[in-house]
Design a protein around this ligand. Structure first.
Ligand SMILES: CC(C)(COP(=O)(O)OP(=O)(O)OC[C@H]1O[C@@H](n2cnc3c(N)ncnc32)[C@H](O)[C@@H]1OP(=O)(O)O)[C@@H](O)C(=O)NCCC(=O)NCCS
Length: 345
């Protein structure tokens, strides 16, 4: 019998209504649409309204994903949330999401920055592969705007808020997670970090005055790291799956910057139309980026049953994570309950 794998059987997304365009940002910091578009490919991003919380956004995406899979929250065996922007520092967002959905299963959070969703997907795959759990919800959610310094033009233009979720269930017909790579290089942690608010440099008036509670980034170092990891990880995960990058039907890269994706495409000698791109609409939504692209690729018909996709994320840590995933029958035959309609949470 074919090995048991974690197949994607449900998917959903939530993006806040409020759109922040490049022209809006030009009224806040010394920048302009031409600079942002040419350096990043980003045209606009979504920013939370007051009613959007990490939990509410995660719950909205999760209910859609459960609806597509035809599951109730009570059917879930495990919830994993990828997040670095929690509603509260304690407990973790997974506990709040579990309660919000009305689920009773275990729940935990993985904080691996923009790599968090793929880390979580791979973790969920382990529980399914061993037979420990059957119905696992994996959510990538970020309210990055809370950690952005809207006086720092080098960071505030890049990020946006979003949530996206998948339901994973066992398959034995070849669909699901085929191979993966997880990585961390903590020696480069200082290239993308929040210097204040933790135990070394706790919240204080000085931290706030120095704006150390916001994200700081060395853009050029992160750019070089990103291009390197996107290309090497795509080669590594496809080799581990007994394939080449050219065999992938669709590549889903972390949506950080169009130029990073274009550099990687050139290095790999792959056409740009092999890469799914939605960074122009949402900017970098961190842990929500890969699942948001994955969900839109499914909803737009770019990914079909039998297709094989390679996803690679990179980000704070510095970390990276990639996975090759084969889409199963669920893509063509979702249970089809309209967005959250049959869910009683
Ligand atoms: C941030 C990034 C877009 C900057 O682009 P860049 O080409 O490297 O630009 P530089 O940092 O060299 O800055 C060039 C100039 O533009 C200026 N600049 C920076 N941000 C600007 C903005 N929003 N608008 C206008 N000018 C800007 C800089 O101050 C600098 O000016 P100077 O030459 O007078 O000093 C790019 O480095 C990047 O995308 N890095 C990766 C970031 C990322 O993806 N992070 C998340 C990973 S998960």
């Amino acid at each position: 019998m074919t090995k048991r794998r974690a197949e994607i059987t449900g998917w959903g997304k939530y993006v806040p209504e409020k759109i922040l365009t490049n022209d809006d940002l030009a009224k806040m910091v010394d920048t302009n649409d031409e600079w942002i578009t040419s350096r990043t490919g980003i045209k606009e991003r979504r920013i939370r309204s007051e009613s959007d919380t990490t939990t509410s956004m995660a719950a909205a995406a999760s209910l859609d994903a459960l609806g597509v899979a035809g599951l109730q929250p009570s059917d879930l065996d495990l919830i994993i949330v990828a997040n670095s922007s929690p509603d509260y520092l304690l407990p973790s967002p997974a506990n709040y999401l579990q309660h919000s959905l009305g689920a009773t299963c275990p729940a935990f959070t993985i904080a691996a920055g923009c790599s968090g969703f793929v880390y979580s997907l791979v973790t969920a795959h382990q529980f399914i592969e061993t037979g420990a759990y059957k119905n696992v919800l994996v959510v990538g959610v970020e309210l990055v705007s809370y950690a952005l310094d809207y006086t720092d033009r080098s960071t505030c233009i890049l990020f946006g808020d979003a949530a996206a979720a998948v339901v994973l269930q066992p398959s034995t017909n070849g669909a699901g997670v085929i191979s993966f790579e997880l990585g961390s290089d903590g020696s480069q942690a200082h290239h993308l970090w929040v210097p204040g608010g933790g135990t070394v440099n706790p919240v204080s008036q000085k931290v706030v005055d120095n704006r150390e509670h916001y994200i700081r980034m060395n853009g050029q170092e992160v750019f070089k790291f990103a291009v390197r990891k996107l290309t090497t990880s795509l080669n590594n995960i496809t080799a581990a799956a007994g394939m080449t990058v050219g065999d992938l039907d669709v590549i889903i890269p972390h949506q950080a910057n169009l130029r990073i994706i274009e550099f990687a495409a050139r290095t790999l000698d792959m056409p740009m139309d092999k890469f799914f791109v939605n960074v122009h609409k949402y900017g970098n939504t961190s842990a929500a980026s890969i699942p948001l692209a994955l969900v839109e690729a499914i909803q737009e018909g770019r990914l079909k049953s039998g297709d094989v996709t390679g996803m690679v994320a990179f980000g704070s840590g510095l970390s990276w994570a990639g996975a090759v995933v084969k889409m199963g029958e669920a893509i063509s035959n979702p249970v089809g309950i309209p967005a959250g309609a049959a869910i009683t949470a």
